[in-house]
Design a protein around this ligand. Structure first.
Ligand code: ATP
Length: 330
């Protein structure tokens, strides 16, 4: 669906050059909700804006449904862009127009008939649950309602892809959850491919089937969210996963491990056997069940006082029992 190959973006201002993206290669399949996460300055906005060529890539290729966007001239690019909706952190609504007219705007640009506009806008208002707000102005809406208008407007041209640029960053946690639920429903009901950029692991955890971690313009890790989340390999990924786990410093004594139990490891008394086989005490610091798109992962943080050799044997024991291990402190 979206194939990005060796994409680089260098900004040049006078004699100064900033490399924002370096050799990005990504494959996003139809129906994916694909997350791109990174710290500030990692290159997220540059990447999402290159995908629809709001930003011109310096080199590389971007195929959408088999068409290389990089080769398109302006008229063809305009056509290709109709199939890519985008929503923004600050909503980008037209303040002098009503909710109805904001959603109708892309349709009017295409000289769509009044009858079709009325039908389509009505359906979109239903979809985003704002039918009662058709004739109010953006200033009369909450942040979450404004983003719903943004989503409806982005869907007006029935795009194949929805690009979300930090779409929930300006919203409180409850409203964020509602907007993410709406995106999840749209993905399911319309089969729409969604690309999300964010600096919040919660967003990735909630809706993304796949995730790429961007750091200094490079993709440092990429894969199924459930795999990356259960065993982060890179320091930046660990930072994002640990953001969600607030363990007080005083508990970080001895060896501390994060264990992830998936379906394969349920049903066996793994911890109880561990204490017998290795003749050790295990202190459970925290435990919870996380849901990565409705799939449960049991998360346990445990502490033990063992030497490094025993620790290696313990890690092997866990892995043989299909438990993913991340050493938080050794
Ligand atoms: N128009 C521009 N001109 C020059 N440098 C730019 C421009 N836009 C971005 N950059 C630089 O490119 C790098 C990546 O920026 P980008 O905005 O893509 O990162 P980001 O991950 O989206 O950051 P944030 O989360 O803070 O928005 C940064 O070093 C930034 O300063």
């Amino acid at each position: 669906m979206i194939k990005i190959k060796n994409l680089s973006k260098v900004y040049t201002k006078g004699r100064n050059q900033v490399t924002a993206l370096e050799s990005i290669t990504l494959d996003i399949h139809k129906g994916d909700i694909y997350g791109i996460i990174g710290l500030s300055g990692a290159g997220k906005s540059s990447l999402i804006r290159c995908i629809n060529r709001l930003e011109e890539p310096t080199s590389g290729d971007i195929w959408i449904n088999g068409v290389n966007l990089v080769t398109l001239k302006s008229a063809e690019l305009r056509n290709a862009r109709k199939k890519m909706g985008m929503i923004f952190q600050n909503f980008n609504l037209l303040h002098s127009k009503t909710v109805f007219e904001n959603i109708a705007f892309p349709l009017r640009l295409l000289k769509t008939s009044e009858k079709t506009i009325t039908e389509k806008v009505k359906k979109l208002l239903d979809l985003v649950e704002l039918s009662d707000k058709a004739h109010v102005y953006p200033s009369q809406l909450s942040g979450g309602q404004k983003q719903r208008v943004g989503i409806a407007r982005a869907l007006a041209n029935e795009p194949d892809v929805l690009l979300c640029d930090e779409a929930t960053s300006a919203l409180d946690p409850k409203t964020t959850k509602q907007i993410l639920d709406l995106l999840k429903n749209i993905n399911k009901e319309l089969g729409l491919t969604i690309v999300v950029i964010t600096h919040e692991m919660e967003v990735i955890k909630e809706i993304c089937s796949h995730v790429a971690i961007l750091e200094g313009g490079y993709i440092v890790e990429e894969g199924h969210t459930i795999d990356i989340f259960s065993k982060p390999g890179n320091a930046v990924t660990k930072h994002f996963v640990e953001q969600m786990q607030h363990l007080p410093e005083q508990y970080l004594e001895g060896k501390v491990l994060n264990l992830s139990f998936t379906e394969g490891s349920a049903g066996t008394p793994i911890i109880s056997r561990l204490t017998k086989v290795f003749d050790i005490d295990v202190n459970i610091l925290s435990g919870k069940i996380e849901y990565i798109q409705e799939k449960p992962i049991g998360k346990l943080t445990v502490q033990m006082h063992v030497d490094c050799h025993k620790l290696l044997d313990i890690i092997t024991y866990f892995e043989e029992n299909h438990v993913k291990v991340e050493v938080l402190k050794q």
